[in-house]
Design a protein around this ligand. Sequence first.
Ligand SMILES: Cc1cc2nc3c(=O)[nH]c(=O)nc-3n(C[C@H](O)[C@H](O)[C@H](O)COP(=O)(O)OP(=O)(O)OC[C@H]3O[C@@H](n4cnc5c(N)ncnc54)[C@H](O)[C@@H]3O)c2cc1C
Length: 359
Amino acid sequence: MTDILIIGAGISGLLAARELAGAGLSVRVADQGPVGRESSWAGGGILSPLYPWRMPEAVTALCAWSQRSYPELAAELLETTGLDPEWRQSGLLVLDPEDCARADAWCEAHSVSWRWGEPGILEPQLADVSAPAILLPEVAQVRNPRLLQAVLADVRRLGVKLEEHAAVTRLEMHGGRVVRASTESGYFEAETYLVAAGAWSARVLSDLVPGLPVEPVKGQMLAFQASPDLLGSIVLAEDRYLIPRRDGVVLCGSTVEHRQFDKTPDEAASRLLREFAVRLLPPLRKAPVVGHWAGLRPGSPDGIPFIGAVPSIDNLYASCGHFRNGLTMAPASARLVADLILGRPPIVVAEPYGVASRG
Ligand SMILES: Cc1cc2nc3c(=O)[nH]c(=O)nc-3n(C[C@H](O)[C@H](O)[C@H](O)COP(=O)(O)OP(=O)(O)OC[C@H]3O[C@@H](n4cnc5c(N)ncnc54)[C@H](O)[C@@H]3O)c2cc1C
């Protein structure tokens, strides 16, 4: 029998699969759609919370661990799969640091380097911004669709079985344990089950953890094709951002909408994002829009994910609710859930993420 069935093939499920298969377990991952095509694909790939000083410590702890491990993860994936997730420290320029005293204190306390910068000197193509901005030079980004492709290739290499178009409709219980995960056309059996179903996790767990506060939060993104030298760093203002990719694509994100499971991109959001992007970086007026999409973030209270054992059930775990920072937190989150499943000492104190304490 398979040692572990993971429900959900986003970055949370796939990196957990990589950890567990790397530890010698037999792993199967079931996804309701094609693998790696939901929030983890739709996201921007900024490897930091937008305003890190506004985050609870529980989020900061996972972000910090992940930020340290990303360069090695990206290098390992490139070596084992030949696919480059394009991890690079492009820096984050914050144009509206109205809470700069807090930012200063937070950076000092967390040994994060930052400095004041003149936006017009750092990024000459930006519209005139008179106030100085905060530059976090070590903030990195990853090209998340490529990261997913690389992780997928790597888990295949490690022998993980991937089941596409296999929506788990029910977790069947017997004697205080999950005994099978049913789908429309059959079922999967495993010793242990991990729910990493992103915005759908509360649905998957609805019988066993009623009221788990994980809900879909829609985010829309726009992509421009510009020239590679137009913008160097990620730029943040008014909770929106521009992300320059190596090949000149500039992403603009994002909206934050509560629309249940509707992830249709719409004209109004496209206009809003385009106006923001052009106001901040006027040359984008002439750049063609080459993409517009939406994804469903797994929203949770304060953005703190649920990671750990489901109370009173011997063999069921969850890793979900990563909200706006799931790509950033993914390596730490995957390691933590693997530690808990395997009975290893956890990389961070696990209590703040407990399903029992906040479910
Ligand atoms: C517009 C946008 C921008 C973002 N930008 C960033 C950013 O810059 N940096 C950052 O850190 N984070 C960002 N995020 C957040 C980040 O993308 C998410 O937190 C993260 O991807 C969540 O990963 P996940 O694996 O938990 O969920 P997902 O990637 O959504 O994966 C869940 C998987 O579970 C599957 N599934 C669901 N139900 C079932 C079922 N019943 N049976 C089987 N499979 C099922 C789904 O099909 C899906 O593949 C952004 C998100 C959006 C939408």
